[in-house]
Design a binder for this molecule. Structure first.
Ligand SMILES: [Zn+2]
Ligand SMILES: [Zn+2]
Length: 279
């Protein structure tokens, strides 16, 4: 484990509110211990970790960017859109997030049904144990499968049961990237394209800029050097913010991705806050 962060801020982290292994307070404490000056919390489809993270950030005197990560679909490719500093009091936002949560729940029940067809009997309670937040996903199901001895590790769970093409795979309901961007903008947040290098998304970028995209995540744990070069150039070309983060989920959920090893300077966090205020 590293002892000090390489960057001033890490703008992409998950907590137990979605599929991370640390609670929001534990995440903020770790960030402070590593010497980070700021942190962006970006759980999947939920803002439930915000309050706890805010309290902890005040305690450790850390700047906090309140974010979210939305999964969207573009021509069969999964496109993740980060949204920062959305208005948590917005009823529009609350409705949209509730709808996404319900769709997730329906999907989980379908996956359990398909698992039963494979002679794999996992209860909803067994999964809830791993999903402390309300955004239940396949990683939680995989953890329950592991506990019950059906698989040895998470990877096997995805290969044998849960991944694309596997017998219990159920596609999820998804927004288009434009709809994701619109949702974030209507909730007064700042939309940023997450880790585009993972999916080679450069061709979609012009339309998303048109829809109101404000930044590109250039630094990311899964980006290679050439991705960083490519997306930095595109961010400059479209005059977009360059953001960065580790996509930290905690050692138990996503081993080897260290908090603060990918990120940006504090100035970027402040720019995003300014941009959100002008929305
Ligand atoms: Zn992502
Ligand atoms: Zn993420």
């Amino acid at each position: 484990m590293q002892v000090v962060a390489l960057y001033e801020v890490d703008l992409h982290c998950h907590t137990t509110a979605s599929d991370g292994s640390l609670s929001p307070a534990e995440l903020v404490r770790l960030a402070a211990e590593l010497g980070l000056k700021g942190l962006g919390i970006t759980d999947h489809d939920t803002i439930k970790g915000w309050n706890e993270a805010e309290e902890a950030a005040a305690h450790y005197k850390l700047q906090l960017l309140k974010g979210i990560e939305l999964s969207t679909d573009w021509l069969g490719k999964e496109v993740h859109i980060l949204g920062y500093e959305l208005d948590s009091s917005s009823n529009y936002l609350k409705d949209k997030l509730r709808n996404l949560g319900e769709a997730r729940q329906r999907r989980m029940l379908k996956i359990l049904e398909r698992l039963r067809n494979q002679e794999v009997d996992i209860s909803e309670e067994a999964i809830r144990k791993y999903a402390q937040g309300d955004s239940i996903g396949r990683p939680h199901i995989a953890q329950a499968l592991m506990e019950k001895g059906y698989i040895r590790d998470i990877q096997e769970g995805f290969e044998r049961y849960l991944g694309v093409g596997a017998p219990a795979y159920v596609p999820r309901f998804k927004l288009t990237p434009e709809e994701g961007i619109e949702l974030i903008r209507k909730a007064k947040g700042v939309p940023v394209l997450a880790h585009p290098g993972m999916q080679r998304l450069e061709e979609g970028i012009p339309a998303w800029v048109e829809a109101g995209l404000k930044g590109i995540e250039v630094l990311h744990s899964e980006h290679k050097a050439q991705d960083v070069t490519r997306y930095k150039a595109l961010a400059e070309h479209y005059n977009l913010l360059m953001t960065g983060g580790s996509d930290f989920h905690g050692e138990a959920c996503k081993p080897g991705v260290e908090l603060g090893r990918w990120g940006v300077s504090l100035r970027v966090l402040q720019e995003i806050k300014e941009l959100a205020k002008s929305n």
